[in-house]
Design a protein around this ligand. Structure first.
Ligand code: FE2
Length: 235
């Protein structure tokens, strides 16, 4: 018998959020069908065993050109835990982001901002034994999009986490503190308040490295097991 994972809660954005225009076409018109969690949902690929290196987690150099990305260097670190505050070790985290000018290397990105030959905008790492992760990057720029007149996405980093099982898969975005564009962004605002504030990283001066990079801390919570966690009994 396996333990199932907790269901998706109301802190997530609705499938249809009209101000975020593309959800109008892509959201389902009928209510989702709840499925019983079987082995297909409660298992995943297991601990990451691929040959990831620390270089894969450094977006300032992983273009492999020998040069460094242009921009304000940052460190983003935190822990991946579940709803029972248990660490989620050995899980792969993939990130992608615009460059410091707000441009992606993507054929549909026609924003007239420069590409950076030393920046590919993707990185990958896996969590350590306590669920910790760490990326080095540059602060992404804001960029315009066509959702509504004069629409700009606030600087953000896309995160994809597999977690321990398919039921825990999470794709989300991390934002930077104190940005006036948050209040104007339909994607940010599609997440119900106050949960949307949990998408904003904290500036952490202890993570900041003198003469090198600014530090941000952002913890991520994946679904927990639905079984009640019991306190360990002291021997
Ligand atoms: Fe983006």
């Amino acid at each position: 018998m396996h333990e199932s994972y907790l269901p998706r809660d109301d802190d997530h954005p609705p499938f249809l959020y009209a101000d975020y225009r593309s959800t109008v076409k892509r959201s389902p018109e009928m209510s989702p069908v709840a499925i019983v969690q079987t082995l297909s949902e409660v298992t995943g690929p297991g601990p990451a065993v691929s040959e990831l290196t620390t270089e894969d987690a450094d977006l300032t150099t992983n273009a492999g050109t020998g040069g460094e990305a242009i921009g304000e260097r940052i460190i983003v670190t935190g822990r991946v835990i579940d709803e029972n505050e248990e660490p989620v070790p050995d899980t792969i985290i993939e990130v992608w982001q615009a460059n410091s000018a707000g441009r992606y290397i993507h054929q549909r990105d026609d924003h007239p901002a420069p590409l950076d030959p030393n920046f590919i905008g993707v990185g990958i790492t896996k969590t350590g034994p306590d669920g910790e992760y760490r990326f080095t990057s540059i602060r992404p720029g804001a960029y315009p999009w066509k959702n509504h007149p004069n629409a700009w996405r606030p600087p953000h980093i896309h995160f994809s986490l597999m977690g321990p099982a398919l039921a825990t898969r999470l794709i989300t975005q991390m934002y930077f503190p104190g940005d006036p564009l948050h209040a104007l962004d339909p994607i940010f605002n599609s997440v119900p308040a106050p949960a949307r504030e949990r998408l904003v990283a904290e500036y952490d001066h202890d993570v900041t490295i003198e003469n090198w990079a600014l530090g941000y801390r952002w913890d991520i919570v994946l679904r927990g097991k639905s079984a009640t966690p019991f306190e360990e009994v002291a021997p």
